[in-house]
Write a protein that binds this ligand. Structure first.
Ligand code: UDP
Ligand code: MG
Length: 313
């Protein structure tokens, strides 16, 4: 059995020496053949130079340098695509994902779990704003999506070879890996951990990158935003019908009280407003279906088949 460890790094030269040393100690203690794939996501500090030197020293290290900064999720995907292990672990390279947990992940895998994901119980040094936005985000996505996405799941996880191969069959470009991994299914296990603060350097997730991440997540796992127009449309139409009837009744019961034409205008505005939103919603429904088709995800994934190799008597 061979183990691959995939770590994306973006301008991490301050923390990489410490991270690589700790990771090497843990993996040496595990005692299985392994490779470490460090994906340099277009770093502009000394990351690339340091990695090149380190690769000359360490025969286990493979470096993938992306042509520019493609973002964390794409860097992870590039690493997964190049990993050759029977089990592949992904983790951040800032030591917020403790390498000491790797033996536990492997243990769960040996017990039969094909996806061992980790759950942050608490993160040291995280402000209340990030905590709140993270909670809001998971609340929203789980309400809007049919795929339940585990709360506080980190991008620190072990994937079986079969899962890695399955992920490669999801061709979509907006890669919200936490969702994709929840979508593929298989047997999953969870390991909780307490994330320490970054060992060195600053967070590489800017507000803009987080917003992009959240938008990718919601739009790839839910077409609810597209359908909102139909819900508004029905609500406006219903309210419009009531108000329209009231205006007509008012006109009939107390003639001469309103300006001439008032009743007609109110009824027309309500009718047309409702119709417009409903037709937008119908278009949204079709676009949502086009979107589902365009994503080109496989209809299903097979974990195993039984009895196909037998020949009937
Ligand atoms: N990262 C990356 N590309 C980016 C942003 C981040 O490869 O555009 C890497 C980064 O080097 C780190 C991991 O993704 O290994 C998580 O980023 P970070 O620790 O900055 O995020 P946080 O833990 O603060 O959410
Ligand atoms: Mg981090």
């Amino acid at each position: 059995m061979k183990l691959s460890v995939v770590c994306p790094a973006y301008n991490e030269v301050e923390v990489l020496p410490l991270f690589c040393a700790q990771l090497r100690d843990v993996l040496a203690a595990v005692g299985e053949p392994y490779e470490v794939l460090l994906v340099d996501d277009g770093s502009r500090d000394g990351t690339a130079a340091w990695l090149r030197e380190e690769a000359a020293r360490d025969p286990h290290l493979r470096v993938i340098r992306l042509a520019r900064n493609f973002g964390h999720q794409v860097a992870l995907t590039a690493g997964l695509d190049h990993a050759s292990g029977d089990a592949v672990i992904t983790m951040d390279s800032d030591l917020q994902h403790p390498p000491e947990l790797i033996p536990t992940l492997l243990e769960r895998w040996r017990e039969g779990a094909q996806i061992v994901y980790t759950e942050r119980l608490d993160t040291a040094g995280v402000g209340p704003l990030k905590r709140l936005t993270s909670r809001l985000f998971y609340g929203l996505i789980n309400r809007a999506s049919a795929t339940p996405i585990p709360l506080n799941a980190a991008d620190f996880r072990l994937l079986d070879r079969q899962v890695v191969d399955s992920l490669q069959r999801l061709p979509e470009r907006a890669r919200f890996l936490r969702g994709l991994i929840a979508w593929v299914g298989y047997q999953q296990a969870v390991v909780p951990f307490r994330a320490p603060a970054r060992a060195a350097g600053q967070t590489k997730y800017t507000f803009r990158k987080m917003l992009r991440f959240a938008l990718d997540a919601v739009t790839s796992f839910s077409s609810l935003p597209l359908r909102l127009a139909s819900y508004f449309g029905f609500a406006v139409s219903a309210a419009g019908a009531v108000l329209g009837l009231a205006t007509v009744a008012d006109y009939l019961l107390r003639p001469g009280r309103n300006e001439p034409g008032y009743t007609t205008i109110v009824c027309l505005i309500l009718l047309i407003g409702g119709l417009q939103l409903v037709s937008l919603g119908i278009i949204g429904e079709y676009i949502a279906r086009i979107y589902e088709e365009v994503k080109g995800r496989p209809l299903y994934l097979i974990r195993e088949t039984v009895g196909f190799e037998q020949t009937a008597p």
